[in-house]
Design a protein around this ligand. Structure first.
Ligand SMILES: Nc1ncnc2c1ncn2[C@@H]1O[C@H](COP(=O)(O)OP(=O)(O)O)[C@@H](O)[C@H]1O
Ligand SMILES: Cc1ncsc1CCOP(=O)(O)O
Ligand SMILES: [Mg+2]
Length: 290
């Protein structure tokens, strides 16, 4: 078989898995619990509902750990931190590891602040199944876990990326391999968002163009993408979950841009589009494999 037909077969297989993940979420309404920031918590829950899942938000370790037993996967986002999170989050991560519970980490603003760095460093010993972030966050996390040495020009960012998605390919692959080697199921994924999104399982690199620049004019497009990735992770393998959520976001962003007039109406239209975009439309998304 030629390389071209092998790649075509691989893409067909990926498209089938994406379609099934989107349909299974809509058919089975899985719960994905979140421990997330105060800024965008409402959009995360609404996006999970619009994608077809259900949401549950909590910050208390005993509550999160008990609810995880009923949750297909969890979402942890370190965007806004409180002092007690320094103990709570590593405790929660260790409990997830012990029970083999799948979870998505969004390392918002990785590299900023001693408390955030301490929490993110602690996750190295009890790692997530999927990391989803912008390019700067992925580079910073891979660097603080000692998987990669950034050049002197790399600097910590706030919640917005200061790096191009392409500059995160190496760190994203190293991070995904580390996660897979630590995962009870032996599989993991890293998703990097931007104008052209990138998803990797540590071996293949998938690029997904599309979406809308308006997604960076509302707060929480990235956070809610992480929450919806957890919704798909409840029913699918990590790579499929990351690809399905990323592709759904790109199609929904385009649909919302076409009917909205600014950030306010864009957010409303975007939730409608998460609900209305079909599994076939998500699966037919342009996907380029390296
Ligand atoms: N310029 C852009 N063009 C198209 N889509 C974009 C653009 N910027 C961000 N997005 C989309 O917005 C969502 C959030 O990505 P991003 O803004 O990188 O996350 P974060 O908010 O965590 O920094 C993703 O679905 C991404 O594809
Ligand atoms: C503005 C802000 N500040 C702390 S968390 C947060 C939300 C970030 O959301 P996103 O990463 O989805 O843009
Ligand atoms: Mg973000």
């Amino acid at each position: 078989m030629s390389d071209v037909s092998r790649t075509a077969d691989a893409i067909d297989d990926v498209r089938g898995r994406i379609r099934r993940a989107v349909e299974t979420v809509r058919d089975t309404t899985p719960m994905a619990q979140s421990f997330t920031n105060f800024v965008t918590i409402n959009l995360v829950a609404n996006a999970q509902l619009a994608a077809g899942g259900t949401a549950a938000m909590s910050f208390l370790p005993d509550d999160v750990i008990d609810t995880a037993a009923m949750s297909g996967a969890d979402y942890v986002n370190v965007g806004t931190l409180l002092p007690f999170y320094k103990d709570a989050l590593p405790k929660i991560a260790r409990a997830f590891r012990k029970s083999g519970h799948k979870w998505v980490l969004d390392p918002v603003a990785a590299g900023i602040g001693a408390t955030r760095t301490e929490i993110l460093r602690a996750f190295r010993a009890a790692p997530p199944t999927v990391v989803r972030g912008n390019a700067s966050e992925i580079i910073a996390l891979a660097s603080m876990w000692g998987l990669f040495s950034p050049d002197a020009a790399t600097r910590p960012a706030g919640v917005e990326s200061v790096d191009e998605v392409d500059s995160s390919v190496g760190p994203a692959k190293l991070l995904a391999r580390f996660l897979a080697a630590s995962a009870p199921q032996g599989e993991a994924a890293v998703a990097v968002s931007g104008a052209v999104d990138l998803v990797t399982d540590g071996h293949a690199v998938y690029r997904l163009p599309g979406g809308s620049a308006m997604m960076s004019k509302i707060t929480g497009a990235g956070c809610s993408l992480g929450g919806v990735t957890a919704t798909y992770l409840a029913v699918a393998d990590p790579l499929t979950a990351a690809l399905a959520a990323t592709a759904l976001y790109n199609r929904a962003g385009e649909a919302a841009e076409a009917v909205s007039h600014g950030p306010g109406s864009f957010q409303v239209a975007f939730l409608d589009a998460l609900w209305n975009t079909t599994a076939d439309e998500v699966a037919a998304s342009e996907i380029l494999i390296d």
